[in-house]
Design a protein around this ligand. Sequence first.
Ligand SMILES: O=C(O)CCC(=O)C1=CC=C[C@@H](O)[C@@H]1C(=O)O
Ligand SMILES: [Mg+2]
Length: 329
Amino acid sequence: MDALPPLDEVLARAYVVSVPLVTRFRGVEHREAVLLDGPIAWSEFAPFVEYDDAEASTWLAAALSFGWEQSSVPRLRASIPVNATLPAVPLERVASTLARFGECRTVKVKVAERGETLADDLARVSEVRRLLGPEGRIRLDANGAWNLDEAEHAIRALEQFDLEYVEQPCARVDELAELRRRIHRLGVPIAADESVRKAADPLAVARAGAADLLVIKAAPLGGIDRALAIVAEAGLPAVVSSALDTSIGLAMGAELAARLPQLDHDCGLGTAALLADDVTADPLRPVDGAIAVRPVAADADALRRLVADPARAAWWRERLTRCHALLSA
Ligand SMILES: O=C(O)CCC(=O)C1=CC=C[C@@H](O)[C@@H]1C(=O)O
Ligand SMILES: [Mg+2]
């Protein structure tokens, strides 16, 4: 951004919240976030707790740019089609979890969860296909958990369910590139998420021919304008996804999706449905398979109800302070 807002101003506008999830996701049952009452918009600073300060500071850059300045790129759409996101829940909870998303034609299924087997994935994906019917789209996300042979084996086994794409089947860029060669004839596209989001060089995937499309998240990529620049340079189709944000973080994702020149896939921005509560009186939950592109403001009651305990609030304020120092340096 042109000028970083001073730390004392940012802290004076910060509210630390802890939002309960409907179901465990990424190993947590509460999503903690710092909400910033910025002069342009409410924004959200919520890097996952295990991320170091260097990585988290990119998320702060995104939050400050969203809250403090207007994007220079015009919006191209007013609503964003979204997918339902299915965590690795037991089979008997698949239908009720999906029901929270309303009418979504696309479901992203988490696979390769620690402690589970390929048989568990086959059963879960089969149940989703049964519930969606033949027209629905199913994409998978392995979060890099398979090695190359496991990924090839799993995709060959799961391909019978007609897959839209498989997100981050393996952890490394060279593995993704080799996997694409191995499964070329199957016609199952490969999407890169962590290889873009957590990489020092988010364009390495495109250069290596390691993915058919990119999954992009506004916060870890440093904000809307930087994410748009990465997509333009990569020259690959992109899907915008959330970082399990509150509705305020989702609003930034929707603003990014609204500005992509090309948007052919439903976006992973329906995740307010996985929250048991939200920071606004008017959550950005999917309606008829889409979310609106609109500002979202925190609600005073919600800020009181969801306030983080003092030790966690102090932890987040210190983290924000260190990240701010990194951005100022
Ligand atoms: O893409 C979606 O459908 C929803 C978002 C989502 O799946 C994720 C959000 C946050 C962290 C990640 O582990 C996960 C992902 O890997 O894409
Ligand atoms: Mg992913």
